[in-house]
Design a protein around this ligand. Structure first.
Ligand SMILES: [Zn+2]
Length: 181
């Protein structure tokens, strides 16, 4: 038993945020079932793999599509991941205080589409999705508190109808102009 404990501690040192004490309490098989936050387990199916690829980090496909539609519509002058606004929104019209987030349906638990969920490592994923959602909600709260108007646009909405997303943004900008003047 002693031998296994040492092995586990060594295995995880520096690769996660749990204390060695808690790691020791987990059996080896449990650990395999429940990888800790911070590393992403491989996709359990092709559908999940596609979802994971769909939208991660910055300059994602939906975000690029939206930005190009905004350019075409003449709604230029936005900043990308502007650090002076709470939560560094993906797209920010700073003067109008309009912030836009482009959410990947998989990573941010889209309420509009039926997402293929990973079947393995379900506890890992449940925690990960809850954390992402909490982070998104906190950003919106902080922006609202700083009197920003926030739009959350989903990957699937952009894919289905980028023009209606542009319209929403245009309306928010117009509303904000009349509010500021
Ligand atoms: Zn969606």
């Amino acid at each position: 038993m002693k031998k296994q404990e040492i092995k586990l501690t060594t295995l995880h040192s520096g690769s996660d945020k749990l204390s060695p004490h808690r790691l020791i309490m987990k059996s080896r098989s449990e650990y395999r079932e429940v990888p800790l936050l911070g590393r992403v387990p491989p996709a359990s199916s092709e559908a999940v793999r596609q979802q994971m690829k769909g939208n991660r980090g910055s300059d994602t496909r939906p975000e690029i599509a939206l930005r190009s539609a905004l350019q075409k519509a003449g709604l230029r002058g936005y900043r990308l991941r502007w650090k002076n606004a709470p939560g560094s929104p993906d797209i920010a019209y700073v003067g109008r205080r309009v912030a836009i987030f482009v959410h990947g349906c998989f990573w941010h638990s889209c309420p509009h589409c039926q997402i293929a969920r990973p079947r393995t490592n379900s506890e890992y994923w449940a925690r990960k999705f809850i954390r992402n959602k909490e982070r998104d909600e906190r950003k919106v709260r902080e922006l609202n508190a700083a009197r920003w108007k926030v739009l959350e646009l989903w990957e699937c909405q952009i894919k289905a109808n980028v023009e209606s997303c542009v319209t929403k943004i245009r309306e928010a900008l117009i509303a904000s102009t009349s509010h500021l003047s």
